[in-house]
Design a protein around this ligand. Structure first.
Ligand code: ADP
Ligand code: MG
Length: 706
């Protein structure tokens, strides 16, 4: 008997099935549904609970707080915009017993998707007025042509994403046909669909068998059946992900030979002892995770993550030292010149006691030629730079370690360029302060080992956050805060919004804010910094800021990444509602690095307040003042931004996930990890990997983070 698996069913094209006419097949094919597997994994968008379907005249006051569904046709569509520019779309819907109104608030453009006369199903909580009239606010609406389905199918009727040329009903029929084929025991096949997990594991983790899940995801009899099915199928998707990354990792390890490193524990301990401060536990532990990787027989690929200010640079310095005494070149690439320069200065201090050549290569360094010469000659040492490090002309010949700081600022291609330009395969360390939500870490960085610094250096005081509106009294309060901090000899950052139109409008907005502060604080040294300034200008300003000569620095977001000025104790973010949540968190992290109590003001655009900014803006501001943990914030950010817009994941194949939702399925993700580790036969793992290759093709097309 041959087992039916997704892999096998994927080879059965839909047009080879009896009953799949030319027309139906070509519609499905256009939506990329070609095989039996594709159609089975075309999971319903939602279900209509038949038990909740009512005639309009059956709806009474008692239904006020429960979901009901009505099936009817649209008799009128109208759109109205209020004085406050709120858009209200109203549909009138009739069935044979009466009529209701459905209203949507906001720009949902319902009217562009539905026509009068069209039959629809409407679900929501009805508002039953005393007069007896019924209204639904923001209900869900589905086209629903086949009233006869109501009598025919189970209690839950699956609704599918729209396919041109096909109704939800014909998708339902097609799936029923497939299930009835699978249900029968053919001579050659066992009925159903083979399960990649053993009965033992299913039992242990209370999981539904796979074939039951397939049936129940489409045609559940009740909500529990649906939930069980969804859980199982989402879990499977995480298993596929895990298997893909495990395989990518082991492939990389077996195909690439690591360089030889020669350093001793006592070398390292001495180095750590001579640092200007005592490493935190976390810094110490992550340093050794990296060092252990260096001496492994395959090249390291590790991500070092740690919140802003957690002290990643010094950990990198430990690795740099180890690579240098092993005789290699080390490249450290940073996204901005200001940051490259800062690394240059702080790492110089960390490596102070040793005779290690440190070269700075930015677009504006004067002794460029000699740096280039050193790179080409293979002279051991540290090379710090911006994108300048990956220009055509540059050819490392002895690169042992490549470090990329603030890696989220670089594209995959840029990272690869740095790694691949040497004939050797260097060890890779990428660093980021953009906390990756636990749930997306797997999909984005699955092929990297992860080290986390999860504590701050001692003595840091938590930054106090304030939310000020753009109304007059609050604007004044912002200036009062400035006066407080200035009288304490502290320095202040004022960051101006990122404006989408162009860089020049960024500068314009910064210039306006700059004149305002200059006017207000005539006796203080107020300066401006923006992206159009030459490197020398920026450098000079940053140096003045570091030396404490500037009191108030107004800037565009160039300040965002990595800048370290301990005497700055007030951060003011202008038009804070326009910034992303991660960005706000990064900016807040620019202060609170010294001994003074630091504060951060999130200042809403002039004349506006929480009540008059966008919903998302308000949610972001509420989150940022409330929450200090960068990881939590980025999870919230994902929620606010909503599904499908998870940046950075599309290229690594987010679209392959059909049912698992990285935002909400963290428990399942953990479960999948445990289950994957419990699989004891290589055959089981192999089976999963084989299916993964078919079901998650994008992970194999894109290079991800390799
Ligand atoms: P990030 O992780 O944001 O890159 P940095 O490496 O820039 O952080 O470090 C932030 C600041 O904290 C720097 O001034 C650095 O010298 C300091 N620092 C780092 N580690 C420690 C420590 N263990 N004790 C005291 N200060 C530290
Ligand atoms: Mg940093």
């Amino acid at each position: 008997m041959v087992e039916r698996s997704f892999k096998y069913l994927n080879t059965i094209k839909l047009d080879s099935l009896k009953g799949f006419g030319e027309k139906r097949y070509s519609s499905l094919k256009k939506s990329n549904l070609k095989s039996v597997t594709d159609l089975i994994r075309f999971y319903p968008r939602k279900h209509i609970d038949r038990s909740k379907v009512k005639l309009i005249n059956e709806i009474s006051q008692e239904d006020q707080n429960q979901e009901v569904t009505i099936i009817g046709s649209i008799s009128n569509i109208s759109v109205f915009t209020t004085k406050t520019r709120l858009r209200i779309t109203t549909l009138t819907i009739n069935d044979e017993s009466g009529s209701v109104k459905a209203k949507w608030f906001g720009p949902q453009y319902i009217e562009t998707r539905y026509k009068t006369e069209e039959r629809i199903a409407l679900s929501g909580k009805p508002d039953v007025k005393k007069t007896g009239s019924i209204e639904f606010k923001n209900p869900t609406i589905e086209k629903f042509s086949d009233i006869e389905e109501l009598n025919e199918t189970g209690s839950f009727i699956p609704i599918y994403q729209k396919i041109d040329g096909m109704t939800s009903s014909s998708v339902r029929k097609a799936l029923k046909e497939i299930i009835s084929i699978l249900d029968t025991d053919k001579d050659k096949f066992t009925a159903g669909l083979s399960d990649m997990l053993s009965n033992e594991i299913l039992k242990k983790h209370s999981l539904l068998p796979r074939y039951d899940s397939i049936k129940q995801i489409h045609f559940p009899k009740n909500e529990d059946q649906y939930k069980d099915a969804r859980n199982r199928l989402a879990l499977d998707e995480f298993l596929y992900l895990r298997s893909i990354f495990e395989n990518l990792k082991s492939k990389y390890k077996s195909e690439n030979k690591g360089l030889e490193f020669s350093f001793t524990k006592s070398d390292i301990e001495k180095f750590i002892e001579h640092l200007p401060f005592k490493l935190t536990k976390s810094q110490y532990a992550t340093s050794y995770e990296i060092l252990d990787d260096l001496i492994k027989e395959y090249p390291m690929k590790r991500l070092l993550q740690g919140d802003v200010g957690s002290g990643k640079t010094v950990v990198a310095a430990v690795a740099i030292y180890a690579a240098y005494i092993s005789g290699y070149q080390v490249a450290l690439m940073a996204p901005t010149e200001v940051l490259a320069e800062q690394h240059f200065n702080s790492i110089k201090i960390f490596l102070n006691n040793y005779d290690i050549p440190i070269n700075l290569l930015t677009s504006s360094v004067s002794d460029r030629d000699s740096v280039l010469q050193n790179i080409e000659n293979g002279t051991p040492g540290l090379f710090i730079g911006t994108h300048a490090l990956i220009q055509e002309k540059i050819q490392f010949t002895n690169l042992g370690l490549a470090i990329i700081d603030e890696q989220q600022r670089f594209g995959v291609e840029q990272r690869k360029k740095l790694i691949n330009q040497s004939g050797l395969i260097p060890d890779q360390l990428v660093m980021t302060a953009t906390p990756i939500p636990r749930t997306t870490a797997l999909s984005i960085y699955g092929d990297l080992e992860i080290s986390s610094i999860n504590e701050m250096p001692p003595g840091r005081k938590e930054v106090i956050s304030y939310l000020f509106s753009g109304l007059q009294s609050d604007n004044k309060a912002v200036f009062d805060k400035c006066i407080d901090h200035l009288s304490n000899n502290s320095q202040i950052f004022v960051v101006c919004p990122f404006i989408e139109e162009s860089e020049s409008s960024d500068i314009q907005s910064a210039e306006n804010v700059y004149s305002l502060y200059k006017e207000k604080f005539k006796d203080n040294n107020v300066k401006i910094l923006h992206g159009r300034m030459s490197f020398e200008e920026k450098d000079q300003i940053m140096n003045e800021m570091k030396k404490g000569e500037i009191d108030i620095l107004v800037s565009t977001v160039v300040i965002e990444v990595g800048i370290d000025i301990p005497n700055a104790s007030l951060m003011i973010i202008e038009s804070a509602e326009r910034f992303g949540l991660n960005q706000l968190h990064q900016l807040r992290g620019r202060v609170g690095r010294g001994v003074k109590q630091s504060e951060c003001i999130f200042h809403i655009t002039n004349k506006k307040s929480l009540l008059t900014i966008s919903d998302d803006g308000r949610k972001r501001l509420e989150a940022i003042v409330e929450i200090k943990d960068g990881f939590k914030l980025s999870e919230i950010d994902l929620e606010i931004r909503g599904e499908g817009k998870v940046t950075g994941t599309s290229q690594s194949g987010q679209s392959d996930l059909k049912i698992a939702d990285l935002r909400f399925d963290y428990d399942l993700l953990l479960k999948s990890k445990n289950i994957y580790e419990e699989l004891n036969s290589p055959m089981e793992k192999d089976l999963i990997f084989k299916e993964a290759k078919i079901l998650f093709p994008n992970y194999f097309k894109a290079d991800g983070t390799t």
